[in-house]
Design a protein. Structure first.
Lengths: 157, 77
């Protein structure tokens, strides 16, 4: 079966209205904050109890999970696959290499909702938490993103 | 496009990541002009693409262009 490319509006709307407690993370969140970088995929962090809600919503756009929910919970992450990937983090908490932990509940409570349609918003981690999540990746592109986000954080303070 | 690095670049050695991070943190702390270029870029981008959806479409479109023809896409505004 050939994968169907989806418009970003459809993807964002399905994520935001899935009913899952969900944060857009990764480069899409950097882009949502207004930094013009490039990516094909989506990364989200959801509450560990909300996998089924997200899968049901994304099934309508023909996204297929690569692991069933119990396995995804055990692994702490899974992927929703179509023409593009949605990497789904389901860990309750995660730490940077230097030991700074961020748990989902805290990040969720500090989220920055961004409108994507009339009456619909998608949650982003606040800038400080997004910088923390970028430290998880440890890649050169994460360093570039952290530099951009730090510049925006400087403007806020 | 300020950074067209590939989506799936691998992680840096942890000490190299920390070294680069420390450079950024020092620059942000010590240089009052640090980040000005990013802030100007963000101002341009958010004026041109006011909504999150428009920004995401731009990023996806640029990624597809770069995947097809990296040199051509980098020459485009």
């Amino acid at each position: 079966v050939e994968a169907t490319p989806r418009d970003d509006a459809e993807i964002l709307l399905a994520l935001a209205t899935s009913g899952a407690r969900l944060l857009l993370i990764g480069r899409r969140a950097v882009i949502a904050y207004g930094v013009p970088v490039v990516t094909a995929d989506y990364d989200v962090w959801i509450h560990i109890d909300d996998i089924e809600l997200l899968n049901a919503a994304m099934e309508k756009l023909e996204y297929v999970p690569n692991h069933p929910p119990p396995d995804a919970r055990r692994r702490g992450r899974y992927v929703l696959e179509n023409s593009e990937h949605i990497d789904v983090l389901v860990a309750r908490a995660k730490s940077t290499p230097d030991g700074v932990a961020l748990d989902f509940e805290t990040a969720w409570s500090r989220r920055d909702p961004k409108p994507i349609a009339e009456g619909v918003a998608i949650g982003l981690p606040c800038l400080e938490d997004l910088i923390t999540t970028k430290k998880w990746g440890g890649r050169a592109r994460d360093i570039a993103d952290i530099e951009h986000l730090s510049a925006l954080l400087g403007r806020e303070s | 496009v300020s950074d067209a690095s590939p989506d799936r670049d691998g992680p840096l050695p942890p000490e190299e990541f920390e070294r680069r991070l420390a450079i950024i943190e020092a620059r942000m702390r010590d240089d009052p002009e640090a980040g000005e270029e990013t802030r100007e870029l963000v101002l341009w981008f958010t004026r041109r693409y006011p909504s999150v959806v428009e920004r995401c479409r731009y990023a996806t479109r640029k990624h597809r262009e770069l995947s097809r023809s990296p040199l051509r896409a980098r020459r485009e505004p």
